[in-house]
Design a protein around this ligand. Sequence first.
Ligand code: 9W4
Length: 416
Amino acid sequence: MEYKVRDIGLAGRGKLQLDWAEQHMPVLLRIRKQFQNEKPLKGLRVGAVLHVTKETGVLMRTLAAGGAEIALAASNPLSTQDDVAAALASEGIHVYAWRGETEKEYYWAIERIVEFEPHIVLDDGADLHTFIHQKAEDLAKKIKGGTEETTTGVIRLRAMEEQKVLRYPIIAVNDAYTKYLFDNRYGTGQSTIDGILRATNILLAGKNFVVAGYGWCGRGIAMRARGMGARVIVTEVDPIRALEAYMDGFQVMPMAEAAKIGDIFVTATGNRDVIRKEHMELMKDGAILANSGHFNVEVNLNDLEELAVEKREIRPHVVEYRLGNGRRLYLLAEGRLVNLVAAEGHPSEVMDMSFANQALSVLYLHQNPRMKPQVYKVPMEIDRRVAELKLEALGVRIDKLTPEQEEYLKSWTLGT
Ligand code: 9W4
């Protein structure tokens, strides 16, 4: 079977999406041009399990331009853009993905990738890598290498490396500077605000906006909320991060205090029960709750259900809970990632850098066939190249060290 998508008739619409994303992904376009000229991936079969989005489509087109044959399945049953899947299928990529797959269908699609016998495998969350290691050991021996896009996936793969069961080298794209320093802060930061605004259409100016957690996501969200005129409050459990938030100019206080005055609450901690019964009971009528952390455990949904006497969906992605005390709380996106459910995830400009690391890592694995089965960082030359290409595309020039400066930095004899 060449492909399986929801409706191949959606291809025209999908191409428009891909063309739009391409406008905002100049680094991948530069790499594509180089690939087109040199065809360095000729004869290579690439198997990918990624979110089938317009940005992923631009990466697929880039690898195809290098001469690779590609099979693509979804890395989440709900994240596929059906029009993009159709467009890619119409361009000769073996796509097995549609929005709303059952668990069985999800693994059926992953099996199609295995059947394709890829030389190199790209993954987001490590479901493909673990599937190959558990159910396709013969293939694992033949694979030249793989990449992994996310923190969660890299953690799983490092555990496999430690237990000495990893069978092929993995490049951890997630850990590239040009990925992790940008996507959580600028990508999640902006798209979380975007999700809240699309779902609610509220004014942020003058609102008390509470951000739980001051990691990269929390920083980005706080920074952007402030930019729109909100009065931002940060809650933290880590004293160093709390101090950073304070010196960045945010109010810092415990959730039990913030709960009484917040208009909007966003969790971005990676932990559970960040907003729970004791906080909900203190909240003002009309308070809005959203989550931007990976799992939907940061707002305790059981507590919310227990406190509520009535509940209704008041608009898409907004559920109103009327509590016993008469106040109304509004939960966005069922407590799931609001930036993905109510908006479109990271903007293309951010994915440009992550996926440029993916494209160059595929080339690196292809050109370095004797790497040991370990988890590797993205080579520094790739990371720097991605930053250079992005700066170039932005028209930003930077300085170069003089030979004297290079020498000065290397010398240890010059003292005070
Ligand atoms: N998308 C996603 C996941 C769950 C989900 C309404 C409730 C992650 C990274 C990238 O996980 C992703 N659940 C939904 S919609 C939805 C979407 N609903 C619908 O009912 C459940 C996901 C990476 N990425 C970007 O961020 C931008 N381009 C990309 O490739 C994509 C999607």
